[in-house]
Design a binder for this molecule. Sequence first.
Ligand code: UT7
Length: 329
Amino acid sequence: MNKKIGAKILGTGSYFPNKVLTNADLEKIVETSDEWISTRTGIKERRIAANGEYTSDLAYKASLEAIKAANIKLEEIDLVLVATITPDMFFPSTACFLQKKLGLNSVPAFDLSAACSGFVYGVATAKAFIEAGLYKNILLVGAEELSKITDWTDRNTCILFGDGAGAMILSASQQNNDILSVFLGADGSYANLLFIPGGGSINPATAKTVDEKLHSMKMQGKEVFKAAIPKMVFAAQKALELSGRKLEDIKLFIPHQANMRIIEAVAKKMNIPMERVFVNIHKTGNISSATTITALDEAIKTGRLNKGDLVELVAFGGGFTWGATVVKV
Ligand code: UT7
């Protein structure tokens, strides 16, 4: 009898653009202070892509690292999946641009849009494709250039976001199943709390939509903050339950890095000591779908996670969307 196919994590990678934008730099752009940003968000600096450096370029560099770590041949990849809300263009998908850059011609490629939960949604998608026997080696990327959809005159939002990309290779295996559980959720009735109103079919681009800055991100921060905490706790508990493991079995929790106060509140509500919670928000800011995967990659590279450890990724974002996954690295 054939054993059920599972998804094995073969390798991860990440890439951040070189330019660092500090809180002190932001003090010169809007009326804010390092003290306000640090105490209200935990962010000290974020990375910003250079002119001419696109989301697919960040995705490309992160992918090369993941492919190297996975020790597989480029030609073995049979699906390219990119989670992003800052694609190179509306279409073709950033996955298609990435596929071309990697030289993987004719391999299927598509984008997935679930805002800050994008990578967790991507893990669920890749797992399902692998378990269904459709693809064997999936390149899953979370890549964002939030700097390109930021209103740099709005101090409520421009201090929060950054650019970056992370990648993972997931591979079909009869022996291993590294994705122990996934739990996803969404509630579209909160769409107008975190969104870009312009550019789509509701408000197609005109001179007026540009004048009114409808092409940059709008957020009701306080409302998003209040919703994020219970939803992240709920998603984390559900995924844990589905994994059949206990809180103590999880070596490290990697929550979405949107605000240090959210991270601490989620940890407190779940009774997880902060030593077991991964935090890198001070150097990255919020990078939406790239957040959990770049954090996971950093945790592996810095030795916070060793082979065989269990880790839980938890995310929340625009939509609203939320999700969590328990994985073995
Ligand atoms: O990726 C998932 C989605 N994103 C999130 O999860 C973000 C969720 N929200 C948040 O992280 C927080 O709500 C923010 C960091 C955005 C804002 O923090 P807050 O504690 O909710 O502050 P607030 O919006 O209530 O503003 C408090 C005060 C206001 O002044 P008044 O009205 O009390 O005089 C703001 O005008 O702080 C002021 N303020 C600032 N002051 C200095 C807002 N932004 C700034 C700023 N610098 N950058």
